[in-house]
Ligand binder design. Sequence first.
Ligand SMILES: *Cc1c(COP(=O)(O)O)cnc(C)c1O
Length: 223
Amino acid sequence: MYPVKEKLNEVRQSLPQGVRLVAISKFHPEEYITAAYEEGQRVFGESHEQELALKVKKLPQDIEWHFIGHLQTNKVKYIAPYISMIEAVDSLKLLREIEKQAAKADRVVRVLLELHIAEEATKYGLTLDACRQLLSDGEWRQMSHVQICGLMMMASNVDDEAQICQEFDTAARFFDELKRDFFADAPYFCERSWGMSQDYHLAVQHGSTMVRVGTTIFGPRIY
Ligand SMILES: *Cc1c(COP(=O)(O)O)cnc(C)c1O
Protein backbone atom coordinates (compact mmCIF):
# COMPACT_ATOMS: atom_id res chain seq x y z
CA MET A 1 0.00 0.00 0.00
CA TYR A 2 1.05 3.55 -0.73
CA PRO A 3 2.42 5.31 2.41
CA VAL A 4 -0.69 7.46 2.79
CA LYS A 5 -0.18 8.40 6.45
CA GLU A 6 3.37 9.52 5.94
CA LYS A 7 2.56 11.53 2.80
CA LEU A 8 -0.50 13.11 4.40
CA ASN A 9 1.56 14.31 7.32
CA GLU A 10 4.25 15.68 5.03
CA VAL A 11 1.67 17.74 3.17
CA ARG A 12 0.08 18.96 6.40
CA GLN A 13 3.40 20.01 7.84
CA SER A 14 4.12 22.06 4.74
CA LEU A 15 0.87 24.05 4.97
CA PRO A 16 0.82 27.41 6.72
CA GLN A 17 -1.67 27.91 9.53
CA GLY A 18 -5.14 28.75 8.33
CA VAL A 19 -4.92 26.73 5.11
CA ARG A 20 -7.25 23.74 5.07
CA LEU A 21 -6.45 20.50 3.31
CA VAL A 22 -9.03 18.74 1.18
CA ALA A 23 -7.66 15.25 0.53
CA ILE A 24 -8.72 14.35 -3.01
CA SER A 25 -9.56 10.65 -2.86
CA LYS A 26 -11.21 10.09 -6.25
CA PHE A 27 -10.29 6.74 -7.81
CA HIS A 28 -8.58 5.65 -4.61
CA PRO A 29 -9.86 2.75 -2.51
CA GLU A 30 -11.57 3.07 0.87
CA GLU A 31 -8.52 1.69 2.71
CA TYR A 32 -6.59 4.78 1.62
CA ILE A 33 -9.27 7.10 2.93
CA THR A 34 -9.40 5.12 6.18
CA ALA A 35 -5.63 5.46 6.57
CA ALA A 36 -5.89 9.24 6.24
CA TYR A 37 -8.93 9.30 8.52
CA GLU A 38 -6.95 7.49 11.21
CA GLU A 39 -4.45 10.34 11.08
CA GLY A 40 -7.26 12.77 11.78
CA GLN A 41 -8.08 13.91 8.25
CA ARG A 42 -11.80 14.64 7.96
CA VAL A 43 -12.22 16.57 4.69
CA PHE A 44 -12.15 14.57 1.47
CA GLY A 45 -12.95 15.48 -2.13
CA GLU A 46 -14.53 13.35 -4.83
CA SER A 47 -15.56 14.11 -8.39
CA HIS A 48 -18.03 11.36 -9.35
CA GLU A 49 -21.44 11.04 -7.81
CA GLN A 50 -21.70 7.23 -7.89
CA GLU A 51 -18.23 6.62 -6.54
CA LEU A 52 -18.92 9.13 -3.79
CA ALA A 53 -22.24 7.49 -2.89
CA LEU A 54 -20.52 4.11 -2.42
CA LYS A 55 -17.80 5.59 -0.25
CA VAL A 56 -20.23 7.59 1.87
CA LYS A 57 -22.09 4.40 2.72
CA LYS A 58 -19.00 2.56 3.90
CA LEU A 59 -16.93 5.25 5.59
CA PRO A 60 -17.36 7.14 8.88
CA GLN A 61 -20.26 9.58 9.15
CA ASP A 62 -18.20 12.51 10.35
CA ILE A 63 -16.28 12.86 7.07
CA GLU A 64 -16.94 16.19 5.33
CA TRP A 65 -17.28 15.45 1.64
CA HIS A 66 -16.52 18.09 -0.97
CA PHE A 67 -17.71 17.62 -4.52
CA ILE A 68 -14.90 18.95 -6.69
CA GLY A 69 -15.76 17.83 -10.22
CA HIS A 70 -18.07 19.10 -12.89
CA LEU A 71 -21.57 18.45 -11.54
CA GLN A 72 -24.46 17.77 -13.88
CA THR A 73 -27.75 19.26 -12.70
CA ASN A 74 -29.47 15.86 -12.81
CA LYS A 75 -26.97 14.52 -10.24
CA VAL A 76 -27.51 17.24 -7.65
CA LYS A 77 -30.44 15.46 -6.01
CA TYR A 78 -28.26 12.49 -5.11
CA ILE A 79 -25.62 14.43 -3.23
CA ALA A 80 -27.71 17.30 -1.77
CA PRO A 81 -28.76 15.33 1.34
CA TYR A 82 -25.20 14.93 2.63
CA ILE A 83 -22.62 16.95 0.69
CA SER A 84 -20.69 19.41 2.82
CA MET A 85 -19.50 21.65 -0.01
CA ILE A 86 -19.95 21.76 -3.78
CA GLU A 87 -16.77 23.39 -5.03
CA ALA A 88 -17.37 23.77 -8.71
CA VAL A 89 -20.51 25.79 -9.36
CA ASP A 90 -20.20 27.27 -12.82
CA SER A 91 -23.73 28.28 -13.81
CA LEU A 92 -26.87 29.87 -12.43
CA LYS A 93 -28.76 26.80 -13.59
CA LEU A 94 -26.65 24.58 -11.34
CA LEU A 95 -26.98 26.99 -8.43
CA ARG A 96 -30.78 26.95 -8.82
CA GLU A 97 -30.84 23.18 -8.78
CA ILE A 98 -28.68 23.04 -5.65
CA GLU A 99 -31.07 25.50 -3.98
CA LYS A 100 -34.04 23.34 -4.95
CA GLN A 101 -32.54 20.04 -3.81
CA ALA A 102 -31.03 21.46 -0.64
CA ALA A 103 -34.44 22.88 0.26
CA LYS A 104 -35.99 19.43 -0.22
CA ALA A 105 -33.34 17.96 2.04
CA ASP A 106 -33.91 20.79 4.52
CA ARG A 107 -30.25 21.77 4.48
CA VAL A 108 -27.95 24.61 3.59
CA VAL A 109 -25.28 23.50 1.13
CA ARG A 110 -22.07 25.50 1.00
CA VAL A 111 -20.76 26.19 -2.50
CA LEU A 112 -17.84 27.83 -4.26
CA LEU A 113 -18.03 29.53 -7.65
CA GLU A 114 -15.55 28.04 -10.08
CA LEU A 115 -13.52 30.48 -12.13
CA HIS A 116 -12.03 29.82 -15.49
CA ILE A 117 -8.69 31.59 -15.53
CA ALA A 118 -6.37 28.93 -16.92
CA GLU A 119 -5.47 28.99 -20.57
CA GLU A 120 -6.78 25.48 -21.31
CA ALA A 121 -9.94 25.57 -23.37
CA THR A 122 -11.28 22.33 -21.93
CA LYS A 123 -11.64 23.47 -18.36
CA TYR A 124 -15.01 24.36 -16.89
CA GLY A 125 -15.72 27.48 -14.93
CA LEU A 126 -17.03 31.02 -15.12
CA THR A 127 -15.08 33.81 -16.75
CA LEU A 128 -14.61 36.76 -14.43
CA ASP A 129 -17.26 38.65 -16.36
CA ALA A 130 -19.74 35.80 -16.21
CA CYS A 131 -19.14 35.53 -12.48
CA ARG A 132 -19.74 39.28 -11.96
CA GLN A 133 -22.88 38.96 -14.05
CA LEU A 134 -24.21 36.04 -12.03
CA LEU A 135 -23.75 37.98 -8.80
CA SER A 136 -25.08 41.33 -10.05
CA ASP A 137 -28.17 39.57 -11.35
CA GLY A 138 -28.98 38.98 -7.70
CA GLU A 139 -31.19 35.90 -7.92
CA TRP A 140 -28.77 34.12 -5.57
CA ARG A 141 -29.77 36.50 -2.77
CA GLN A 142 -33.17 34.78 -2.58
CA MET A 143 -31.60 31.35 -2.20
CA SER A 144 -31.75 30.43 1.46
CA HIS A 145 -30.43 26.88 1.04
CA VAL A 146 -27.13 27.67 -0.62
CA GLN A 147 -24.34 29.68 0.89
CA ILE A 148 -21.73 31.05 -1.50
CA CYS A 149 -18.54 30.71 0.51
CA GLY A 150 -15.89 31.78 -1.99
CA LEU A 151 -14.07 30.84 -5.16
CA MET A 152 -12.39 27.79 -6.63
CA MET A 153 -10.03 27.58 -9.59
CA MET A 154 -7.39 25.46 -11.27
CA ALA A 155 -4.23 27.04 -12.63
CA SER A 156 -2.92 26.10 -16.05
CA ASN A 157 -1.09 22.81 -16.19
CA VAL A 158 2.27 24.30 -17.20
CA ASP A 159 5.83 24.34 -15.89
CA ASP A 160 6.06 28.12 -15.90
CA GLU A 161 5.73 29.02 -12.22
CA ALA A 162 5.42 32.72 -12.98
CA GLN A 163 2.34 32.05 -15.06
CA ILE A 164 0.80 29.86 -12.36
CA CYS A 165 1.41 32.53 -9.71
CA GLN A 166 -0.09 35.18 -11.97
CA GLU A 167 -3.25 33.12 -12.33
CA PHE A 168 -3.54 32.65 -8.58
CA ASP A 169 -3.06 36.40 -8.10
CA THR A 170 -5.78 37.16 -10.63
CA ALA A 171 -8.13 34.90 -8.68
CA ALA A 172 -7.10 36.46 -5.35
CA ARG A 173 -7.69 40.00 -6.61
CA PHE A 174 -11.03 38.95 -8.03
CA PHE A 175 -11.98 37.46 -4.67
CA ASP A 176 -11.25 40.84 -3.05
CA GLU A 177 -13.40 42.60 -5.64
CA LEU A 178 -16.36 40.28 -5.01
CA LYS A 179 -15.92 40.53 -1.28
CA ARG A 180 -16.10 44.31 -1.52
CA ASP A 181 -18.96 44.46 -4.04
CA PHE A 182 -21.23 41.63 -2.89
CA PHE A 183 -20.11 40.00 0.34
CA ALA A 184 -18.79 42.78 2.56
CA ASP A 185 -21.24 41.75 5.30
CA ALA A 186 -20.82 38.02 4.81
CA PRO A 187 -18.05 36.54 6.96
CA TYR A 188 -18.70 33.10 5.42
CA PHE A 189 -17.47 34.38 2.04
CA CYS A 190 -13.86 33.62 2.89
CA GLU A 191 -12.67 30.58 0.92
CA ARG A 192 -10.15 30.56 -1.89
CA SER A 193 -9.76 27.00 -3.09
CA TRP A 194 -6.65 26.73 -5.21
CA GLY A 195 -3.57 24.56 -5.27
CA MET A 196 -3.23 20.88 -6.27
CA SER A 197 -0.33 18.45 -5.96
CA GLN A 198 1.74 20.24 -8.58
CA ASP A 199 1.23 23.79 -7.36
CA TYR A 200 -0.15 23.91 -3.82
CA HIS A 201 3.16 25.17 -2.45
CA LEU A 202 2.76 28.20 -4.75
CA ALA A 203 -0.98 28.55 -4.09
CA VAL A 204 -0.50 29.04 -0.35
CA GLN A 205 1.78 31.98 -1.11
CA HIS A 206 -0.90 33.48 -3.37
CA GLY A 207 -4.02 33.67 -1.27
CA SER A 208 -5.22 30.08 -1.04
CA THR A 209 -7.20 29.11 2.08
CA MET A 210 -7.96 25.59 0.91
CA VAL A 211 -5.76 23.25 -1.12
CA ARG A 212 -7.03 20.17 -2.95
CA VAL A 213 -4.28 17.60 -2.94
CA GLY A 214 -4.67 14.07 -4.30
CA THR A 215 -1.65 12.46 -5.95
CA THR A 216 0.90 13.67 -3.40
CA ILE A 217 -1.07 12.01 -0.60
CA PHE A 218 -2.50 8.91 -2.24
CA GLY A 219 -0.15 8.23 -5.15
CA PRO A 220 -1.02 7.98 -8.84
CA ARG A 221 -4.65 7.30 -9.67
CA ILE A 222 -5.49 4.11 -11.54
CA TYR A 223 -8.38 4.89 -13.86
C1 LIG B 1 -8.23 15.60 -9.25
C2 LIG B 1 -8.39 17.00 -8.79
C3 LIG B 1 -7.51 17.55 -7.83
C4 LIG B 1 -6.31 16.81 -7.25
O1 LIG B 1 -5.30 16.72 -8.19
P1 LIG B 1 -3.83 16.14 -7.80
O2 LIG B 1 -2.99 16.60 -8.93
O3 LIG B 1 -3.98 14.66 -7.77
O4 LIG B 1 -3.45 16.71 -6.50
C5 LIG B 1 -7.78 18.84 -7.40
N1 LIG B 1 -8.81 19.56 -7.88
C6 LIG B 1 -9.65 19.07 -8.81
C7 LIG B 1 -10.76 19.92 -9.29
C8 LIG B 1 -9.46 17.79 -9.30
O5 LIG B 1 -10.30 17.32 -10.22
